[in-house]
Design a protein around this ligand. Sequence first.
Ligand code: HEM
Ligand code: HEM
Length: 230
Amino acid sequence: MSVDHRPPLVWDLPLRLFHWLLVICLVGAVVTVQLGGSWMAWHERFGLAIFGLLVFRLVWGVIGSTHARFSRFFPTPGRLLAWWRGQWHRPGHTPLAALSVLAMLGVLAFQATTGLFADDDIAYTGPLRSLVDSATSSRLTGLHMQMEWVIYGLVALHLAAVAFYSLVLKKPLIRPMITGRAADGTDAESARGGGWVALLIALAITAGALWVANGGLLPPPPEASPDLGW
Ligand code: HEM
Ligand code: HEM
């Protein structure tokens, strides 16, 4: 049996793809909403893609490889205390990082979900807009717009934390998010599990959720009555 001498696996490939696709789609959603006009169609596409990515992450957090699982890094008071005392040595998110990770995932999920019911009162509506009355849609659209700065704040905090760890504490976090492997050759435990079957289950659930979010269960719109030219 050959021995694997590579540094331990921290982030599996699906998690890394999730992360970098999320970055691309978030930048895409924010840029296209600023451009406005017909770019709103792309805003909705990027937004829906983010919705799908988050559903995938939710499932992967249960059946993905060990370090990607929520149960491994959920920041309980005991774990936060252990981290504070310098007794946390597991690879993956520290309990403090986990707080910001869960906040980012939660706020983005809120944003993508409210977007499904949003209405700009001009040309663009989220695919589930018809499920709620006008007052509810206005309220959800208002929340969708207010959340913008919370997202910018959390992303700024995230980037500042990653920069602080890399530049000041000299703990390389970025390379593992690209290659998957620990950069400092620690003897930490490699991520296990999250194989092909788990990936197929997660992708199937994501596809189903995207279909529903995109209005797949809604009755087809009534056919336009033929223009008889009268
Ligand atoms: C739109 C911008 C970004 C968003 C929304 C974002 C979001 C996230 C999320 C949700 C996670 C947790 C991964 C998970 O377990 O699900 C994460 C982790 C991480 N991100 Fe980002 N990210 C962004 C940009 C970046 C950039 C530009 C970098 C690198 C320069 C980066 C580096 C990292 C690293 C190193 C981790 C792992 C942190 C750790 O070890 O605890 N992120 N990011
Ligand atoms: C996490 C993903 C999303 C982000 C970060 C995001 C961000 C934003 C922001 C910042 C605005 C307000 C722009 C302004 O001030 O005029 C906005 C508006 C809007 N978004 Fe999203 N959005 C996301 C997902 C979605 C989704 C999934 C949909 C629908 C499929 C959607 C549909 C809309 C619509 C229709 C508006 C126009 C509201 C109006 O102008 O009254 N968004 N979005």
